[in-house]
Design a protein around this ligand. Structure first.
Ligand code: SF4
Length: 216
């Protein structure tokens, strides 16, 4: 995974998700899939850990299902960085040093992982070529930045397969309006107002949309 540095966005003093209550629905807490590194796990490409207090602040109100898609496809820690590359076959997930194209493996992992998961929302790591919701940088096949950003491959599958569910990254969750919206949608999904469990048979066809997301 390679991430570019970006200036932290200005945040208001109003609380984002902190202090907001989810509606109660029995004893069940909503299942939220989270990028594992946001919980402080040592799964990043360089073995470093990161801290995401806004994510941890939700841990007593939701049931986190942590996932590291890059480890899910068998990559180790530390590992050679991977990146999104614009090719004639569309945007591909490539390990630059080895030239390995990991796109198909990643998509297969996503379908297996997401199939049948009773999930209500996603919190994914910004700027990751696997997890970023919208801001993974895209290189050309010579390794130069194209100036474009896209969802990472795992996130593209999520967006395609769960169009009605809240999907945020840890930076947007710090913004009050995005945080409130995320918590509101989680509550709505708890009342059954959102469909969260696509039929298994539909996952394959829905995931084809992720190819479109990466090609547009
Ligand atoms: S951003 Fe995603 S793929 Fe990268 S370390 Fe975190 S969980 Fe793993």
């Amino acid at each position: 995974m390679r991430e570019t540095s970006r200036k932290p966005q200005a945040t208001s003093r109003k609380p984002g998700v902190r202090g907001l209550e989810l509606e109660a629905w029995g004893s069940r807490r909503p299942v939220v899939v989270v990028s594992k590194c946001l919980l402080g796990e040592r799964c990043r490409y360089n073995g470093e850990t990161i801290s995401a207090p806004v994510v941890l602040s939700l841990s007593d109100r939701v049931e986190f299902v942590p996932v590291c898609p890059e480890m899910g496809i068998g990559l180790l820690v530390p590992r050679d960085p991977i990146r999104l590359v614009k090719t004639r076959r569309g945007i591909r997930l490539i390990q630059a040093r080895t030239g390995r194209d990991l796109t198909t493996r990643m998509r297969r992992f996503c379908r297996e992982f997401l199939s049948g998961l009773p999930v209500r929302g996603f919190i994914l790591k910004s700027r990751s070529p696997s997890c970023a919701v919208w801001d993974a940088v895209v290189d050309d096949d010579g390794g130069k930045l194209t100036g474009e950003t896209r969802p990472g491959v795992f996130a593209a599958e999520v967006l395609a397969c769960f169009p009605g569910l809240p999907v945020e990254d840890e930076e947007r969750l710090e913004e009050p309006s995005a945080g409130r919206r995320f918590v509101g949608l989680l509550s709505a999904s708890g009342r059954g107002l959102q469909s969260s469990l696509p039929p298994k048979a539909k996952l394959d066809s829905q995931s084809r949309r992720s190819t479109i997301l990466l090609r547009e």
